[in-house]
Design a protein around this ligand. Structure first.
Ligand SMILES: Nc1nc2c(ncn2[C@@H]2O[C@H](COP(=O)(O)OP(=O)(O)OP(=O)(O)O)[C@@H](O)[C@H]2O)c(=O)[nH]1
Ligand SMILES: [Mg+2]
Length: 320
């Protein structure tokens, strides 16, 4: 069974099973909740903490998340589908435009929005950009301003007020996603806000809607983001060409790491192949920890000239 976290683009496929379930217990509450904010404020960290499972990649670098990831939280008669969005920013290329589109599309059909900000610093023009995206939605659906990184902020109250001024009328609270401070309270608050409605995913199985291929490629890319510096990690796309279970129970996955220029190749591969080996090992460990069985990763590096600027290349590399 490879679909432990994978229910491919969910709701439609599972509707018949759930209909029967909902007929039996009509009093259920459910909703979609978007986690929105500029890059690097801790959106993916918060998603993983809310679910108590790691479903989204995290790194200290901005623009780690490129694709929206759905995470499913089921508790009793309530189900939340969280949508972790990529950091909203001023796009510099076709990839950047794709990323921002992921954000605005996610907003269209959610019930609740969590606007995450970094309390260590006052607002920047990128936070203002996010506030302008949210402005037309204020009053139409609940928007919660969530000041994150309270553990590391010098003047958290002042910072939170400054963010609040960007969207007057928005409700604000603070948390630390990293140290779990007030995450439980936020989870309870979200569950209480859910409108009545049917479950979208079978509660006992689903944690995320990622395919196994996407999950493997994001895990590898996370290790790339953590290890490489400056521009190079941003020039990397990971495509999983094959993911299959072997007879002995091992998960075998073959992935190609695409870089934009020939000069990136030796950096990603490292001296004597050390960098590639090390990041492959770290990704394998993460996958094994979650799947609880052996994983074999076969990694290869190839050049795809200027893929980030080329809409056709983006499609080929999985950014549809
Ligand atoms: N001190 C502190 N650091 C945090 C907290 N939450 C997240 N971080 C760190 O912030 C960095 C970015 O976290 P991510 O979860 O990847 O941020 P993101 O908003 O998803 O970033 P993008 O996907 O790039 O938009 C990581 O190094 C996290 O460990 C927090 O509450 N306190
Ligand atoms: Mg992220």
């Amino acid at each position: 069974m490879l679909h432990i976290i994978a229910i491919r683009s969910g709701a439609a496929a599972v509707t018949p099973i759930l209909k029967a379930m909902n007929d039996a217990s009509p009093q259920t509450y459910s909703g979609f909740v978007a986690i929105l904010g500029k890059p690097n404020v801790g959106k993916s960290t918060l998603l993983n903490q809310l679910l108590n499972v790691k479903v989204a990649p995290i790194s200290p670098k901005p623009q780690t998340t490129r694709k929206s990831v759905r995470g499913v939280l089921s508790e009793g008669d309530r189900q939340v589908v969280f949508v972790d969005t990529p950091g909203f920013h001023k796009p510099a290329d076709a990839l950047g435009e794709y990323i921002n589109r992921q954000v605005t599309e996610a907003l269209a059909d959610v019930d609740i929005i969590l606007w995450l900000v970094d309390l260590r610093h006052p607002p920047t023009p990128e936070d203002e950009l996010v506030a302008r995206v949210l402005e037309p939605l204020l009053g139409k659906k609940p928007i919660l301003l969530v000041g994150n990184k309270a553990d590391a902020a010098k003047y958290p109250e002042e910072a939170l007020e400054a963010y609040q001024r960007l969207l007057p009328g928005v409700e604000a609270r603070m948390i630390s996603a990293l140290s779990q401070r007030d995450v439980e309270r936020l989870r309870a608050e979200i569950l209480a806000l859910l409108p009545q409605g049917p479950f979208f995913y079978p509660p006992e199985h689903a944690k995320s809607d990622q395919s196994i291929e996407d999950w493997i490629s994001e895990t590898i890319r996370e290790e790339v983001m953590k290890r490489l510096r400056q521009e190079v990690p941003y020039a990397v796309a990971v495509k999983v060409e094959e993911a299959a279970e072997r007879e002995n129970g091992t998960l075998y996955a073959r992935a190609v790491l695409y870089v934009e220029r020939e000069a990136h190749k030796p950096i990603l591969i490292g001296k004597g192949g050390r960098m590639l080996k090390e990041l492959g090992r770290a990704a394998r460990k993460q996958l094994e920890l979650f799947l609880n069985r052996p994983v074999f990763l076969d990694l290869e590096v190839k050049v795809y000239p200027n893929w980030r600027k080329d809409p056709e290349a983006l499609r080929e590399l999985g950014y549809n």
